[in-house]
Design a protein around this ligand. Structure first.
Ligand code: FAD
Ligand code: FES
Length: 265
């Protein structure tokens, strides 16, 4: 883990509220693995006090840069969006446990909801596998990002939008489930909003498919000390609290305990 003042080398607005930010941070670029995140000081001062967790979207190990893809949600990300090329941003990372891959996997699905795209794009780049199907879901066509880059690396790309303005009209989980009639996946990697991941975990369980999901929780320290990012992880009705920042953010799909559901058993 490194605490680093990285110079911003690129910062682009991609749509109404999403940005792609690249900072020079060679030690982080070398160490980073897909699924890990950075804890970012968004302002120039200690206000806001807490850093904001943002996934690593890609790294360039040759020039030592790290890229993040983020949406402006509140004060922290709004401050980040104001930063200019040439300025510095303080980042702590890489943090958390990455996605894991078994060389016996032959056919893999990546299922991204919204900016769950960020860590899955990094995974797509690092997985050396021919038979990889990418499912991307968003609210509307303007929020579908990086399709050109994904098409260069994935065997197939399927799109879903809530309003039907691009690809399948419906959720990315519905789209994924439709494909299960035609494709057998050895493993499914997913990231996105909690309701999407909950629905996906249920489908993976029903269909006896292995999965890994990247969870998001509000964070304080980001390094496992404050326990404010706890989630329930276990099997059946037996669970323990685990920290998303240090034990995750990536967890086995079958081990995530969804409080409101009857599907844990
Ligand atoms: C492991 C991880 C990876 C993430 N990766 C990305 C990414 O790649 N791109 C991206 O746009 N967003 C990502 N997020 C969500 C991002 O951290 C929040 O959108 C951001 O913290 C909002 O901060 P804010 O000050 O703009 O919003 P505010 O709502 O003002 O934030 C107030 C507080 O809530 C916390 N918070 C708000 N929303 C979230 C959330 N969804 N998850 C965790 N904490 C939250 C903030 O950290 C802050 O402490 C990730 C979250 C986690 C936990
Ligand atoms: S944010 Fe402090 S323990 Fe996870």
């Amino acid at each position: 883990m490194h605490l680093y003042d990285g110079r911003i080398i690129d910062h682009k607005r991609l749509n109404a509220d999403c940005y792609r930010l690249t900072v020079a941070a060679p030690p982080i670029a070398q160490a980073a693995r897909p699924g890990q995140f950075l804890h970012v000081r968004c302002g120039a001062t200690y206000d806001p006090l807490l850093r904001r967790p943002i996934s690593i979207n890609t790294v360039n190990r040759k020039n030592g840069s790290v890229t993040m893809l983020y949406r402006v949600i509140g004060r922290g990300t709004a401050l980040l969006a104001q930063k200019k090329v040439g300025e510095q941003v303080n980042v702590l990372g890489p943090l958390g446990q990455p996605f894991t891959f078994d060389p016996s996997y032959r056919k893999v699905a990546l299922v991204a909801g919204g900016l769950g795209l960020a860590p899955l794009y990094f995974l797509l780049q690092e997985l050396n596998i021919d038979d990889l199907v990418f499912f991307q879901g968003a609210r509307s066509a303007s929020e579908i990002l990086l399709t050109h880059n994904i098409k260069q690396l994935a065997k197939e790309l399927y799109l879903a939008t809530d309003d039907g303005s691009a690809g399948f009209k419906g959720t990315v989980v519905e789209l994924f489930v439709n494909q299960l009639a035609f494709q057998n996946f050895d493993i499914v990697y997913a990231a996105g909003p909690q309701p999407m991941l909950r629905a996906l975990c249920l489908e993976l369980k029903r269909n006896h498919i292995k999965g890994q999901v990247s969870l998001e929780e509000r964070m304080g320290c980001g390094v496992g000390a404050c326990l404010c990012c706890n989630v329930k992880i276990g099997r059946g009705n037996s669970w323990v609290y685990k920290r998303v920042c240090a034990d995750g953010p990536v967890f086995d799909a079958e081990e995530v305990y969804w409080d409101d559901s009857a599907n844990n058993g």
